[in-house]
Design a protein around this ligand. Sequence first.
Ligand code: TYD
Ligand code: MG
Length: 452
Amino acid sequence: MAKTRTTFFCQNCGTQYAKWLGQCSSCNEWNTIVEELIQKEEKRQWKQTKDTRKVSKALQISDIIVNSEDRITTRNKELDRVLGGGLVKGSVLLLGGEPGIGKSTLLLQVALGVSKKVLYVSGEESQSQIKMRAERLSNQNNNCLILTETKTQNIFKSIEESSPNIVVIDSIQTLHTDTIDASPGSISQIRETTAELIKFAKETSTPVILIGHITKDGHIAGPKILEHMVDVVLQFEGDRNYTYRILRAQKNRFGSTAELGIYEMQSIGLREVENPSEILISQKDESLSGTAISATLEGVRLLMIEVQALVSTAVYGTPQRSTTGYNIKRLNMLLAVLEKRAGFRLGTKDVFLNITGGIKVEDPAIDLAVISAILSSNDDEAISEKYCFAAEVGLTGEIRPVNRVEQRILEAEKLGFTKIFISKFNKIDINKYKIKIVNVSKVEEVYNNLFA
Ligand code: TYD
Ligand code: MG
């Protein structure tokens, strides 16, 4: 008879307790501690036949050999870019994202596109459901095996039979292992099944990709320790009302986290977007007032983003300010700067601001485009669509320099823009570029340059 044991886990952060508490002392959340059954008996985990008693030896760093073909290309350029050049053998990757954002679609597409043997394990959909989805996607790989299973012991059995080169698990929250008794999705099951899969990945050098659900505040459901255990954590995000999706690395032991992958959800699956400006800048026939284009950076990737502003006389007593994709506090600050430092009367106006494509921008270099769009709408005078902006605006109304300005200028030049507005303090050799560079140091200068 197996000896049963229970412990208490915080469902939010995964801290383990010997007894029940109302509040987790580690993350301060209330009512998150639950009792979970743990059966500690004969551990039936992934076992390899070779002798595991081998003790590893310390090596001098110069003696360690690294082969460059330790990476498997996924044949998905955007994913490879985020991973830093492909899947590393023996690595464990966790892909998180909101329900319905396209995690299963992305990984099924990768499984069908890659030239290796892939085992796609789904605990969420039936084989025929997956087949139906696969039929909509353009890539076809006959080397892709589909398994619907949730017990890790059975998954390992199937792995031994088919020996795949890549394993995909959809999703880690549906898995359970025989060695403990808690229900699937509980902290202890997630931790235990992940540990088994990591052990398998490291011992066989097979990359394992896990799909993880996220909680309502955007964190991957399960213990925080999950993110420490895996090698790579990717986040798939986007606004459901728009078609494009962004793949970001939150953690990457084999590459930079500054890279970004961009996709567009279509009826035939996710399309890789190599030139994001094509979806982020709206197409129109004539120049309209209230729009300005900013050369912003997301990590190391340059995005040309269109800012749209609408300034109109307030009909209610208190003027309204509303934004999509931009921090409203920052908008209020810029409006105050325009009012106080440059004398524009915007205090009685409604101001609406929209970043097209629903993208959320953190880069302060978008400030100058925001003010230009507001001034353009206020004066009802259009800014040429061949102009773009890249500078931060300070509280005193000064135009401040931004990082990597050369990269922004070069990209703008490449995309056919004729003028770029940057800060005077960026100290750029204007004659080096074909594009006309306008150096500005104050908000009024921008205004005079554009509309006077
Ligand atoms: P899915 O991959 O199931 O999301 P997740 O696994 O992250 O929960 O994505 C489902 C959504 O994607 C669904 O709402 C429909 C859409 N979709 C398309 O628009 N085109 C397609 O070709 C596919 C397969 C899905
Ligand atoms: Mg799914």
